[in-house]
Write a protein that binds this ligand. Structure first.
Ligand SMILES: [Zn+2]
Length: 61
């Protein structure tokens, strides 16, 4: 599933992990998040997020 990145702090929403802090079950696609959901790091609303680019390899630090 597609990951979404917060445009403010860079937090990545991973649908396979969900958002335990926000009470989101693992396996919840970004589009199915409640409208009231906000970034757990900086509090940005959903419309501040954009799809993560998938054409570049992910670096593991
Ligand atoms: Zn954020």
């Amino acid at each position: 599933m597609e990951k979404f990145v917060c445009g403010i702090c860079g937090y990545v929403y991973d649908p396979e992990a969900g958002d335990p802090v926000g009470g989101i079950e693992p396996g919840t696609p970004f589009r199915d998040l409640p409208f009231s959901w906000v970034c757990p790091v900086c509090g940005a609303s959903k419309d501040m997020f954009s799809p993560q680019a998938t054409d570049t390899p992910q670096l593991m630090f």
